[in-house]
Ligand binder design. Sequence first.
Ligand SMILES: [Zn+2]
Length: 149
Amino acid sequence: MISLRERVSYLKGLAEGLALDTASREGKLLNQIVSILSDLAEEVDKLREAQQDLQEYVSALDESVGELEEDYYGGEGEDDEEEDDEEEGYIEVECPKCHEKVYFEEDMLDDDVVTEITCPQCGEVVFSTADEGEDEEGDEEAPSIPAED
Ligand SMILES: [Zn+2]
């Protein structure tokens, strides 16, 4: 691909080849245009170079920060979080008896039915919906009736 600069200098050559009458209005205009274009082409080239330097610097910086982050956080932080997200809807309980980790779906718990989750290893009840709120309220006979008036 021909650079902007090269194209402008070709244009300059063409203008010179025409032997423009620089005293005429058209000649002045064309000369100005060519001169401005050549300045612009130079500016654009400079900017492109500066931009490239900056890009290289930023990506080097980004790499350094990435390495620092890995050192600082131990590198596995992000992965762990992603795993947690995937397991949403699951509840993890540790068996008090054998310390086996027991997983079950949150959906398995129904407000109306007493559900007990037992440890597959030793059979110990690791989770029960029965103990919820019993200690504080104590009145099992009257499940809260919404007061409608
Ligand atoms: Zn157990």
